[in-house]
Design a binder for this molecule. Structure first.
Ligand code: ATP
Ligand code: MG
Length: 604
């Protein structure tokens, strides 16, 4: 029988391997930038022509290569970064596979010029489709310059498959950002068709973010930092109100390498639950540092996928650290989490029973019961009005009039005086008032839902005494609902109801939460059961929160209800002392702020 198996020539094998490493100009850019970092460069220049189709050149001031290495670096499995299999678990360099340059040289025309410090002359190597065309001594700057010309010149199908220049260039820029962000101590520049797009000086992480995303970025971010045994966390997470419609500003790095890690991204996003509307995503620039022996980078040739040995604990720490970062300023809306506490990550001793967290909140306060001056209010928890101003920090000068002059009201003060404006109602649905940062329009129903929700959750923890009804009320339910009611009864009783079964699908209510107000109990119970059943409420994993949400929605003031001025005042004051004033408990915006700047723009 005839033998039919051949060993492929290196040039073909390299071309096949190149398919995985270099699939578009941006991936060649990534490999070259990473090599420069591994060479210890402190300044790296990237020059691109025609979105990388014609030229990708990286010039660095790193360690350079010897004559022999300059030739050897284009061989497959040629690397200076690891020697043994064991080294795979102690990787501190970006590269280690020894295949990037071999792959690039298999599919492009490459010109390398390199000189080590102390050498008089450097070396030039020209290689095309894995074929060395020239190697000669040359005079060049210390460091390395690699020019990759006519990428995919020998694979027309690949070349034709490239997208429009604008798309390929946006991929290149993204790769550039991903490499430049964590390596902020290194200066980077990027030129495209002779135009300087980025000129980043060496600096700290914040300066690098500002260099890339503009100086305004820092006011949109909170600092995050945590130092624990399995992971060190450092970086910035976006303020909730700047959440975006896409995940385009999410950067997670481990040991200086950009990674895609859906689970850890979820850990950060979870910290924002209830703080940002559905289908919006927080920005973040977070660097993780883990022991390389607890990390597997060798999963895919591009190394953006990694596996952590301690994934579960890193998930928990990252989520808590993000909450803490948000909590220090905005008080994350997780009542079990006290942002003023330092998080202690040391494991609890055996047999330790965690104490119920205490929430200091005044559950007696009824937003419609009395008029109180917001200025006098000293909220026990949550954001004060002035802190809230800071939360929406828009740097409005002090002399901006805080008062909204009203047409139908004689103004007791000149319009320029700084004072608290009386809120006005609009369409019996919105409340309009002013803050230092601008004009605020509040949705009365959503705001009231937020207030009631937090009070219900807090009253449950405070185990408040229920208020006895003068006449007990019987509630008759269908068989299925009665079964559900039996299940929900303990939670409702904890919230201040006193409910007990009378048999035959009937229940008696003898007491209700003190501030329930004038609601029809039969329909309240039916609606609570129905809400509980509906999947919409699955937003909260614990069912008492979903019951609180249902009750808050039913008890909240409805659109069409005319509120008295003092009721509006109370509602505003109470909203601003909530843990998460800007969203309703079901994740909808409670308010809209029109800053002075935006107003001026609209008036133009
Ligand atoms: N800019 C550079 N300066 C100095 N040496 C370099 C530079 N680029 C590459 N080298 C040398 O060439 C070798 C091969 O580079 P190549 O990118 O192919 O492999 P690697 O970086 O070791 O691993 P990987 O394939 O994972 O990137 C490197 O190990 C390094 O010794
Ligand atoms: Mg490399």
């Amino acid at each position: 029988m005839q033998d039919i198996i051949n060993i492929l020539p290196d040039s073909v094998a390299n071309q096949i391997a190149a398919g995985e490493v270099v699939d578009r100009p941006a991936s060649a850019v990534k490999e070259l930038l990473e090599n420069s970092l591994d060479a210890g460069a402190t300044a790296i220049q990237l020059i691109v022509k025609d979105a990388g189709r014609t030229l990708i050149q990286v010039i660095d001031n790193g360690c350079g290569m010897s004559d022999a290495d300059a030739r050897l670096c284009f061989e497959r499995h040629a690397t200076s970064k690891i020697k043994r299999a064991d080294d795979l678990f102690a990787i501190r360099t970006m590269g280690f596979r020894g295949e990037a340059l071999a792959s690039i040289a298999a599919v492009a025309q490459v010109e390398l010029k390199t000189r080590q410090s102390g050498s008089e002359l450097g070396t030039m190597v020209v290689i095309e489709g894995s074929d060395v065309k020239e190697q000669s001594p040359t005079s060049c700057a210390e460091g390395t310059s690699i020019a990759v010309k006519n990428l995919f010149f020998n694979i027309p199908a690949r070349r034709n498959f490239l997208k429009r220049d604008s798309i390929e260039m946006s991929h290149i820029e993204e790769v550039f950002r991903r490499v430049a962000l964590p390596n902020h101590n290194v200066a980077f520049s990027l030129y495209h068709n002779g135009r300087l797009l980025y000129d980043l000086k060496a600096g700290n992480f914040a300066q690098r973010i500002a260099g890339i995303f503009g100086t305004g970025a820092s006011s949109r971010l909170y600092h995050i930092q945590e130092s624990t045994e399995p992971v060190k966390i450092f970086g910035y997470v976006g303020k909730a109100e700047y959440a975006r419609r896409t995940r385009s500003e999410q950067y997670l790095f481990v040991d200086g390498r950009f990674i895609k890690h859906p689970a850890l991204s979820t850990a950060i996003e979870r910290a924002y639950s209830e703080l940002i509307p559905d289908h919006t995503y927080p920005s973040y620039f977070v660097m993780l540092e883990v022991d390389p022996s607890r990390l597997d980078v060798n999963i895919h040739p591009t190394k953006t996928e990694v596996r952590f040995l301690d994934e579960n604990i890193i998930f928990a720490i990252l989520r808590a650290a993000t909450k803490k970062a948000l909590g220090q300023f905005a008080l994350a809306n997780e009542l079990e989490f006290d942002p003023s506490d330092e998080i202690d990550f040391t494991p609890a001793p055996k047999g330790y029973v965690p104490e119920q967290p205490k929430v200091s909140y005044n559950p007696d306060y009824n937003p419609f019961a009395s008029k109180r001056e917001p200025a006098e209010r000293e909220p026990a928890s949550g954001i004060s009005r002035s802190e809230f101003e800071h939360f929406f920090d828009t740097a409005v000068p002090d002399e901006v009039p805080e008062r909204l002059p009203l047409d139908d009201e004689p103004s007791p003060m000149p319009a320029s005086a700084v004072g608290t404006s009386s809120p006005i109602g609009y369409q019996n649905r919105y409340i309009v008032t002013t803050l230092k940062s601008g004009i605020v329009v509040i949705d009365q129903q959503r705001a009231h839902e937020r207030i009631l929700f937090e009070r219900l959750v807090a009253s449950k923890q405070a185990r408040k005494a229920p208020q006895q009804l003068l006449f007990p009320v019987n509630i008759r339910l269908g068989a299925a609902d009665a079964e559900m009611m039996t299940e929900l009864m303990p939670e409702l009783n904890e919230l201040g109801f006193v409910l007990s079964p009378l048999g035959q699908n009937t229940f008696v209510v003898t007491a209700t939460p003190a501030d329930l107000g004038d609601v029809e109990l039969q329909s309240l119970v039916e609606q609570t059961i129905s809400d509980y059943k509906s999947s919409m409420l699955q937003k909260f994993s614990d069912r008492d929160k979903s019951i609180c949400l249902s009750l808050a929605r039913q008890m909240a003031v409805k659109p069409g209800t005319r509120l008295k001025p003092e009721e509006m005042e109370s509602l505003i004051a109470d909203l601003f002392s909530c843990q998460a004033p800007n969203l309703s408990p079901s994740g909808k915006k409670t308010m809209f702020i029109l800053s002075e700047q935006e107003l001026a723009e609209k008036m133009r």
